[in-house]
Structures are given as C-alpha cells and as structure tokens.
Design a protein around this ligand. Structure first.
Ligand SMILES: [Mn+2]
Length: 320
C-alpha cells in the first residue's frame, strides 16, 4: 500500500468514512472495522451513511460510530471512501467528501475512477474488507474481536461465503487471521446469511413467479416494480440477493434484477457465471462493478430499461 496514503491515515486527528450508497456487507463491515481501529488510537471518527444501515447488519460492533451528515457538518482532517467505485456511489454526500483537505479512496471495483487524492484500488482483491485488513496490518494496529467481526462480515458477504471466483488464498489467509481473534464463525454466519424475514420470503416467492428466461434459458430476468414492493410490504433492502436466484439456475449465464426505485429511476443488479463481463454492461449506463457482479441506474421506465438490457445482454451472450 502507498506509504503516503498510510501516512495520511496515521497523521489525521479526525476522520470521516464514506461507504457507498445502498451499503452492503462489505461497505458497512469495512467501514465499521476501520472506524473502530482509528477510534482506538484516539482519533475522532464517524462513518457517514447515505441511508439507514440494513437490519441484517445492525448487530455489528461500531454501529454507534455511524451517522448522517448534518447541514452545518464540521469538516474532518481526512475523508475516506470505502468500496466506492465512483463519486456517483457517494450519492448526496459527494460534495461533503471533497471538502476535507485530504481524501482517500480504498476499493476493489475494476471500474474505479480514482477520484480521491490517494487511491488504493485492487481489482483482484475479493473485498474492500480484505484491503482494510491489510491496511490495519501495515499500520500495525491490533485487530480485536469487534474489528474482526466487521471484517469477516465484509469478506464473507462479498465472496458469497467464500464461494465466488474472487476468493483467493489471500482471502482465506485474512479470514484465518480474523478467526484467530476468537470470533464465533457459526453465530456470525447465521446472522449474516440465515436471517430472513417472512416478508422477504414473500418477496422471494413473488420474484420466482416473475422470473423470466431468455436466449435458450441462458439469461434470467426479474423485474420488481414499486407495486410489488408495496403489495408484499417489502422494503428496498429486501431485494438484496434476489439476483442470485436467477444465477443459481443450471444453464443461466447472466442474471438481472431490475428494480423500480421511482417511475423514472431503475436500479439494476447484474450477475454472471463464467464468461460475460457484466461490469462492461453496467458501464454502458454509467454504472460499474466487477466482471461477475455489477450494477447501474437507468433513467426511464422499468419496461424500457428491461428491453434495453435484454437486447444488450443477448448480444454479449451471442458473442462468445
Ligand atoms: Mn465490495
């Protein structure tokens, strides 16, 4: 890791950490772990969220360090964006991010735009949690059980429980180090992966009903409208993971989840299994991500978004 970046972290007396919008386990886990570690060395630390932390991750240590930016928010010595591929992923906090005299961007998205003063982007790393783990090691900060729980959550969620192709020997080495702090892996895994609500199950049922297959069953599409969310009582965050249903089907190469945020704003999650680079598809709409997992936002109606996506993906599937 860049020595200047490490020095900038060590030298700051006050630090704000920015996970990406619609924060996932990696964004939240890596942010809380870094916040806890910096706090322990006597720094003033806050994690600025765009939205509330999803219920699944509310058990994590350090949650008390997370909050929202107020109108007359003081500016910290250093702002760090974690797991954030571009400034769009900072949402409404982007202006505030650039107010600090020093900015850092630590991320593993291949599409990262290196928007900060110091950028540490490792596209081959499975999670930002792994990068924060390495940073803490480099600064010789001792990782306690609270930090370990957060980092393990970050790594386990971004690798789908060490199942995805991004999982490396390094990933397992980091996880092994974290386990050696004494964290209860069974309890953690249960909280992260086997902890659903009945409402989310109802939404899942609906999603399976709505699932459509195209291109000789190699493309799976699920479109969730606001009406569906309302009729099931589900919230936006309950859609997390639905895209994996499509990908789990034998023969499916690309799985898409299309979610209506409003009548004119559509959020898209893309997954692929072996050869389609979905980060390229997301980039066509100003989004980004990884080869096997990416996302973007499309302006327009849900039916238009669906039509556009299907035609682009068909093309990618046929170009093999
Ligand atoms: Mn990540």
């Amino acid at each position: 890791m860049d020595k200047e970046l490490v020095k900038a972290v060590e030298g700051a007396e006050s630090v704000a950490i920015f996970p990406h919008i619609s924060a996932d386990g990696d964004a939240i886990g890596s942010s809380l772990a870094l916040a806890l570690a910096l706090k322990k060395t006597g720094k003033k630390v806050i994690v600025y969220m765009e939205e509330n932390i999803p219920d699944t991750f509310k058990f994590l240590p350090g949650i008390e360090l997370a909050g929202f930016i107020s109108e007359d928010q003081e500016v910290m010595d250093l702002n760090i964006a974690l797991d954030t591929g571009d400034t769009g992923r900072l949402g409404t906090r982007a202006d505030h991010f650039f107010k600090a005299p020093v900015t850092i961007n630590i991320d593993h998205h291949i599409t990262n735009t290196e928007f900060a003063q110091y950028n540490h982007v490792e596209a081959l790393s499975a999670s930002t949690g792994e990068l924060v783990f390495l940073l803490l090691n480099e600064m010789k900060y001792e990782i306690d059980t609270d930090m370990a729980k957060c980092l393990y959550t970050a790594i386990a969620t971004d690798t789908g429980g060490f199942k995805y192709g991004n999982t490396t020997a390094e990933t397992h080495r980091a996880a092994a180090e974290l386990l050696s702090t004494g964290i209860d892996v069974a309890e953690l895994s249960q909280k992260i992966f086997d902890n659903t609500t009945f409402i989310k199950l109802k939404l899942t049922q609906k999603a399976i009903e709505l699932l459509e297959l195209y291109e000789n069953d190699s493309l799976s599409v699920i479109a969730i409208t606001q009406d569906i969310l309302q009729s099931t009582g589900a919230r936006d965050e309950d859609c997390e993971g639905l895209v994996n249903i499509g990908r789990s089907i034998i023969g499916v190469e690309v799985s898409v989840l299309i979610k209506e945020k409003s009548s004119n704003e559509i959020r898209v999650n893309l997954r692929s299994k072996t050869y389609v680079d979905v980060s390229e598809i997301a980039a066509l709409f100003g989004g980004g991500g990884h080869k096997r997992a990416a996302g973007c936002t499309i302006k327009g109606s849900i039916s238009d978004a669906k039509e556009q996506l299907i035609s682009i993906i068909k093309d990618k599937l046929n170009r093999r």
